[in-house]
Design a protein around this ligand. Structure first.
Ligand SMILES: NC(=O)c1ccc[n+]([C@@H]2O[C@H](COP(=O)([O-])OP(=O)(O)OC[C@H]3O[C@@H](n4cnc5c(N)ncnc54)[C@H](OP(=O)(O)O)[C@@H]3O)[C@@H](O)[C@H]2O)c1
Length: 212
């Protein structure tokens, strides 16, 4: 499967690492084409899957991950517009107010994922995933010998299954947590996880994990 990742930053690297480790292909798009190409060539040398990098002209993937700051996601979705139709769109954002570090910037009755769902073409499923896994831990694929849990929310089962297969192929555990509105809880959980990093001096190396 070809996965387009828009944004060649830390999460572009983390998710891209797991995608190629699972034998799938990555297309990295970034306004800074050199940045996208450098990361793509690093990823291509790491896993069984290939990687290419370029600017945001054309979206080739069946799955499209928006690895951008929350403030840029809706605008980017509108920019890509009809190119997204029928693809699986993945929202990974933690829409934290980084000025106050005390709240989310999304409306209380919504989430980043639901706001993105309003911006994509009709019949384009949006899936929430990866917002509770830090970029460095995705590169490693594990924390303390435990594979990472990737919590997945969405209203379209086929779309969630497609993301779940990518997650599992990359050596992580996919957990379907329910409909897209569960993204509200996932984003609050992501916020809590971020807020603990300085308090407990964890250095963004911790993981949210369910055990039984
Ligand atoms: N980092 C984590 O551990 C982590 C974990 C879970 C979820 N997330 C979420 O993942 C998303 C990406 O985070 P990140 O840590 O990967 O950020 P990042 O390292 O800053 O990467 C973001 C990328 O998006 C580009 N970008 C920034 N503003 C843009 C705009 N207005 N339009 C187009 N491209 C833009 C950046 O380019 P420039 O560098 O040129 O600005 C950069 O290449 C965020 O929504 C974050 O909440 C992050």
């Amino acid at each position: 499967m070809l996965v387009t990742i828009i944004g060649a930053g830390m999460m572009g690297r983390g998710i891209g690492t797991r995608v190629v480790a699972g034998g799938n292909e990555v297309e990295l798009l970034d306004a800074d084409v050199e940045k996208a190409r450098v990361l793509a060539s690093e990823l291509a040398g790491q896993g069984a899957g290939g990687a290419t990098g370029g600017t945001g002209g054309r979206v080739g993937g069946d799955v499209v991950v928006f690895a951008l700051p929350y403030g840029a996601v809706v605008e980017a979705a509108r920019q890509y517009g009809e190119q997204l139709a029928g693809k699986v769109v993945v929202d990974i954002a933690n829409p934290v107010d980084f000025e106050t570090m005390d709240a989310l910037v999304t409306p209380p009755d919504s989430s980043s994922a639901e706001e993105l769902a309003k911006a994509v073409p009709e019949r384009t499923p949006v899936v929430k995933a990866f917002n509770t896994t830090f970029a460095n831990t995705l590169v490693d694929g594990e924390v303390d010998g435990q594979r990472l849990d990737v919590l997945i929310a969405g209203d379209d089962d086929q779309a969630k299954n497609a993301v779940g297969r990518l997650v599992e192929a990359g050596g992580l555990r996919a957990i379907d947590v329910g409909p897209l509105r569960r993204a509200r809880q996932l984003e609050q959980l992501g916020f809590l996880h971020i807020s603990l990093q300085h308090r407990l001096d964890w250095g963004f190396r911790s993981a949210v994990k369910f055990l039984r």
